[in-house]
Write a protein that binds this ligand. Structure first.
Ligand code: AMP
Ligand code: H2P
Length: 752
């Protein structure tokens, strides 16, 4: 969720997220503060290797995948654009698990990322706040009261977020759960002091661990506690800051709340307990990140009633008013009322959280054109008919600082030589590279940088994992969370098909290929884990077949994470973005590969559609069904057998998996994995120069996908705030990085 305070230059933007997938901080800080060269030089003088030092830092893995990394890119862009923006989230003691591969299977290890301390954070005990849970609702003379609650304290930790070369440092504030000192002593366990101290863990478990699900809703009580914890603590903090500001301090409470929406935007039920419904709507905006039905939150009413009894009553009240409005506009349309209700009946009664977000916000947006269309015309069609003006698109982006300057200095420098350095803050300038598409020297230099990146990555793999790959083969990379809709299984069928082609005709020329697949499976997602096992099994057979030799290698990249993405993406030739049309909301990995000079093999899904629009469809390898084809096929009924019967190579691959060819010790291992697949046709590159020209056309066309552009659009169309690119020079006395006792200092400034 997001929200902003104040429609003007003083506005504060609040980005609330259960995930901030920050990765490492050291190099990014040096780059954004313009200190990288000085630091490199100093470290070199000390006889040390800066890259070795950088590699010691743990990733801050407080996210699962694209959604959490988007939040991190947005923080960088908001600071770079000079918006007074705060990221608010949870300081998980354990981030996303570390993935180990044992005997070809995924095993999970706890991510104890704080073991050696975290030098980037500062605890702020002076801003600790209470959050209430459980209890009951009492009728009193002054109205309904929520009483007998259990209190957990929210202790904030601040991390600075520097903008790129603009003397601006924003704050990411993450809450840690602390038990009050009288926890379980006052009301319970009287006399059992030891047990009461041990029970403090129960309260502090709220911020213990990140839920490792990607695109999947699991209705766990602890997760609901996490969600309420971050919202309740953050809203109190925001209101406290507002009251202390020049807008809040001299006003009466009533007036404060009247001017609140102009100053804060994104969506919450908690707030209506404090503010009126229309103020809530004007304050919040809702961004939808997925349309997969199993990912959308539907909290059981019983659970909400137990944890937040008063909030449930308020949700019922909101629903009543909402349905009255719908009924007035669409009389006698009972089915529409059922579809649009916040409460889903039939079976377990549940609250549809997306419905609540839509009606409680002034804007609703998807994250790529195709996705925003689906949101508006399919998934939330009824709501768009009610309030069409709410619905918008904001295509995702990535920060060019981390995803080009930091991870691919060779390419960044080459680009700067041609078009200057301003593109780092205005990525649309990459279009100027177009005039070098036929420049032989530039073509050679671009392909040389790619080759260097590939050699470096190959050396890394050999050192860390003892696997040898051929750096002159094509690096075909499929890295992202393992999920059926992302179709790693289809990629695997393609690998088997290539293998069979080599075996059938070993003398026929074959473009040597190294297929690299990486990503974590949610620990409870059985099929995703089976897919990993299939990939490692196929790799075992292919990599050890002397007939195949150097032509084809299959690597499962262990423990894919932000810092590993920074290594593999610049070394990639071919980027796999092959989700079924209509399933991947946007994707952001696709953009990182495009910017780093990989060509995309992909479906017309998510932001791939706009990448093809920018670069020209002829500069991507687009294949597969379009969204209309998927709809038609769904109507007609999808019959996998038909494809199996029609396509002999596919039949062979499936038969091999079925017969235990890749798992001789356990021939029936993969039977269940075979139930779902789709097929595809590929185009192979043959001509190195033509390939690099396509690469240059892609880089030149990737300017749209900067998160700076995304944030500017949110600022203009949804938050009504103005980015201020030019910052006031720093004052003489340096200020405490997160000193928000200076209410007039919207962004904090650091003296270098
Ligand atoms: P996607 O759009 O699914 O390709 O993923 C978007 C981005 O999220 C990637 O480029 C990575 O930066 C990050 N990402 C996705 N999955 C993971 C993962 N398992 N571990 C670390 N980072 C990931
Ligand atoms: C999700 C979507 C992506 C989208 C991202 C950010 C939930 O992340 O599926 O398509 O780009 O949000 O909006 P993920 O990459 O984890 O699947």
């Amino acid at each position: 969720g997001w929200f902003t305070f104040l429609g003007s230059r003083e506005a504060r933007v609040y980005y609330l997220s259960l995930e901030f997938y920050m990765g490492r901080t050291l190099q990014n800080t040096m780059i954004n503060l313009g200190l990288q060269n000085a630091c490199d030089e100093a470290i070199y003088q000390l006889g040390l290797d800066i890259e070795e030092l950088e590699d010691i830092e743990e990733d801050a893995g407080l996210g699962n995948g694209g959604l959490g990394r988007l939040a991190a890119c947005f923080l960088d862009s908001m600071a770079t654009l000079g918006l007074a923006a705060y990221g608010y989230g949870i300081r998980y003691e354990y981030g996303i698990f570390n993935q180990k591969i044992r005997d070809g299977w995924q095993v999970e290890e706890a991510d104890d990322w704080l073991r050696h301390g975290n030098p980037w954070e500062k605890a702020r005990p002076e801003y600790m706040l209470p959050v209430h849970f459980y209890g009951r609702v009492e009728h009193t003379k002054s109205g309904l009261k929520w009483v007998d609650t259990q209190v957990v304290l929210a202790l904030p930790y601040d991390t600075p977020v520097p903008g790129y070369m603009n003397n601006t440092v924003n704050t990411m504030r993450l809450w840690s759960a602390r038990a009050p000192n009288d926890f379980n002593l006052r009301d319970f366990n009287v006399g059992d002091y030891i047990q009461a101290v041990l029970d403090r863990n129960l309260a502090e478990n709220i911020s213990r661990v990140l839920y490792p699900n990607d695109n999947f809703f699991e209705g766990k009580e602890l997760r609901l506690k996490q969600e309420y914890f971050v919202v309740a603590a953050t809203l109190q903090d925001v209101i406290r800051r507002f009251k202390a500001s020049k807008f809040g301090s001299t006003e009466s409470i009533r007036t404060i709340f009247e001017s609140f929406p102009d100053q804060v935007n994104h969506a919450f039920h908690f707030l209506i307990n404090v503010l009126a419904w229309d103020i809530t709507k004007r304050t919040f905006a809702y961004t939808n990140h997925t349309v997969l039905p199993e990912a959308l939150e539907r909290w059981p009413v019983d659970l909400v009633e137990k944890l937040l009894p008063r909030h449930l009553q308020i949700i019922y009240e909101i629903n009543q008013r909402h349905l009255d409005k719908v009924a007035a506009l669409f009389p006698n349309d009972i089915d529409r009322l059922r579809r649009m209700s916040l409460i889903e009946e039939g079976g377990v009664k549940r609250i549809n959280m997306a419905h609540l977000c839509i009606i409680g916000s002034h804007a609703v947006n998807g994250v790529a054109k195709i996705h925003s269309d689906i949101v508006k015309t399919q998934v939330f069609k009824d709501f768009a008919e009610l309030e069409p003006e709410k619905f918008q698109n904001k295509t995702n982006g990535i920060t060019p600082r981390r995803w080009l300057l930091l991870c691919n200095p060779g390419l960044a420098e080459l680009i700067a030589e041609k078009i200057g350095e301003d593109y780092v803050k205005d990525l649309s300038q990459l279009i100027k590279l177009h005039k070098f598409v036929n420049d032989d020297i530039f073509i050679r230099e671009v392909s040389k940088v790619k080759q260097e990146n590939k050699v470096k990555f190959a050396q890394y793999l050999e050192k860390e994992y003892k696997v040898k790959i051929n750096p002159s083969s094509m690096f075909d990379v499929h890295v992202k969370r393992i999920h059926e809709y992302k179709r790693q299984l289809m990629n695997c069928l393609h690998i088997i098909t290539m293998y069979n082609r080599i075996k059938r005709n070993p003398m026929k020329p074959f473009v040597p290929r190294t297929v690299i697949i990486g990503g974590k499976a949610a620990p409870g997602y059985h099929m995703a884990k089976m897919i990993i096992r299939l990939i490692t099994a196929v790799g075992h057979v292919v990599n050890n077949d002397p007939v195949v030799g150097n032509k084809l290698k299959v690597i499962f990249l262990e423990n894919y994470r932000v810092s590993l993405a920074e290594k593999v993406i610049p070394a990639t030739d071919l980027s796999e973005q092959i989700s079924t049309a209509g399933t991947e909301a946007s994707g952001t990995g696709n953009m990182k590969f495009m910017l780093n000079g990989a060509l995309t093999i992909g479906t017309m899904d998510g932001a791939n559609v706009e990448m093809a629009e920018e670069a020209g469809e002829e500069n991507l390898f687009i294949f597969g069904m379009r969204i209309q084809d998927v709809e038609e096929l769904d109507k007609k009924g999808y019959n996998a057998q038909e494809y199996y019967d029609k396509l002999p190579e596919l039949k062979q691959a499936i038969d091999q998996i079925k017969s235990g060819f890749f798992s001789p010790k356990q021939p029936d291992l993969f039977n269940e994995a075979l139930s779902a697949f789709k097929c595809c046709d590929l185009v192979y590159p043959q001509n190195a120069k033509e390939w690099t020209k396509m690469v240059i056309r892609n880089i030149a066309a990737s300017g749209k996908f900067s998160s700076d552009r995304t944030i500017k659009e949110y600022a203009r169309d949804i938050w009504n705030v103005e980015p201020s690119d030019i910052k006031i020079p720093p004052p003489n006395e340096p200020r405490d990085v997160a000193d928000d006792k200076n209410p007039n200092c919207t962004t904090q400034q650091v003296k270098l």
